[in-house]
Design a protein around this ligand. Sequence first.
Ligand code: GDP
Length: 301
Amino acid sequence: EKFKDGLSKTRNSFVGAMNELMMDYRTVDEEFFEELEEILIAADVGVNTVMELVDELREEALRRNIKESKNIQPLITEKLSELLIKSDEETQINMQQGELTVILVVGVNGVGKTTTIGKMAKRFKDDGNKVMMAAGDTFRAGAIEQLEVWGERAGVDVIKQQAGSDPAAVMYDAVKSAKSKNADVLICDTAGRLQNKVNLMKELEKVKRVLTREIPDAPHEVLLVLDATTGQNAMTQAKIFQEVTDVTGIVLTKLDGTAKGGIVMAIRTELDIPVKYVGLGEGMDDLQEFIPEQYVNGLFS
Ligand code: GDP
């Protein structure tokens, strides 16, 4: 239900256009496929993905001898799902059973990084984990305080130092503290300055080095937060972060605020990073694990 509500803007525009295309028992011809391409591109599905998808549909329609638009709808749903579920790759968080799981959260300011960390903390806690947060964005004014507000809301401790201090030192403290308190999950905020790629890379490397020294395979996840409403900008950010660090998963925020929810598809297929969570609102509980089938169903039903 959450998924359906959160995707309503996308559904209304995307499915509206799709329904129009499917109406009138249209013949599935070249003109039909071109219109379909336009609709998918308008939903930010991503040009390459759309081309790939529509080519496959063309072939499959021919193979199955589908001539009327009403008969091609299930095939479209099927192909969209296939694209999202490309492999057996986990969309779940790589949790360390019985040991501390360290999650590094990266992303540009304003995308919803702090909110996402707060929501994640709440989720993990609700699942019965002892959760802690590390205030690793020591650069942006107010970032530490904002994280503390979320900490209070979620009932989760925040490890911090003063503004301007070395993020790696904060991480060192945080891991030590999380280990000594037998925490299950440590969620680490980081600074989101993309202006200086080299500095960001150095900072993240240093942070990771500190974590790895304390726990050999930490961080267990590096989640990149992207704002769905920024469309192709989000894709550009993702490409830069991929150069800067090993991103293991994406959190796509503000999916509720866009009619272009097709961006999920572009991210999944063009960046080859799994989407692990989606943000569907500003509230504490508005973070959902990304389940491809639910997403596709949320679009069409
Ligand atoms: P940060 O600078 O990346 O840490 O961004 P914030 O966490 O401060 O979020 C920026 C704004 O986006 C805030 O007003 C949040 O309430 C809002 N926001 C974050 N996630 C979502 C979401 O999934 N849906 C909506 N509608 N708003 C969101």
